[in-house]
Design a protein around this ligand. Structure first.
Ligand code: HEC
Length: 106
């Protein structure tokens, strides 16, 4: 018979697994959030003359940059990237990073 303690340990372990899954960016959800980005970075994420390409960059790199823009650790032209990240949750930033990183070169 399971002791009460082992049930508690099993539940804590399950919660930790669930939290770990949540911490990873969800590119499906990120796809739904991309509309704010495409006006400058383009539908394909390739950017334009004043906006860098973001499609296919490393997920961890994109996430780090988004967090840096959010906290203003990294500046951007006219503060643009801060304005487009300041209203977002960290989960949004993770999902956006996962989405743009998953976009392959055509
Ligand atoms: C109003 C135009 C504009 C919008 C909208 C915009 N960006 Fe940007 N983004 C820029 C510009 C300009 C830069 C270059 C910043 C700099 O270094 O001056 C940039 C830089 C970046 C970078 C850094 C790329 C690198 O190579 O380091 C990432 C990542 C990025 N944007 C992601 C996003 C995401 C995700 C969104 C949508 C939430 C978004 N951007 C919306 C204009 C925009």
């Amino acid at each position: 018979m399971l002791s009460r303690m082992s049930v508690v340990i099993a539940m804590v372990a399950l919660l930790m697994v669930a939290a770990g899954v949540q911490a990873k960016g969800d590119s499906q959800r990120g796809q739904g959030l991309r509309y704010d980005c495409i006006e400058c970075h383009g539908m394909d994420g390739k950017g334009n003359f004043e906006t860098p390409e973001i499609a296919g960059l490393d997920e961890a790199y994109i996430l780090e940059q988004l967090r840096n823009f959010y906290s203003r650790k990294r500046d951007s032209l006219d503060d643009m990237m801060h304005l487009y990240t300041e209203d977002r949750t960290d989960q949004d930033l993770q999902d956006l990073a996962a989405y743009w990183a998953s976009m392959r070169e055509q």
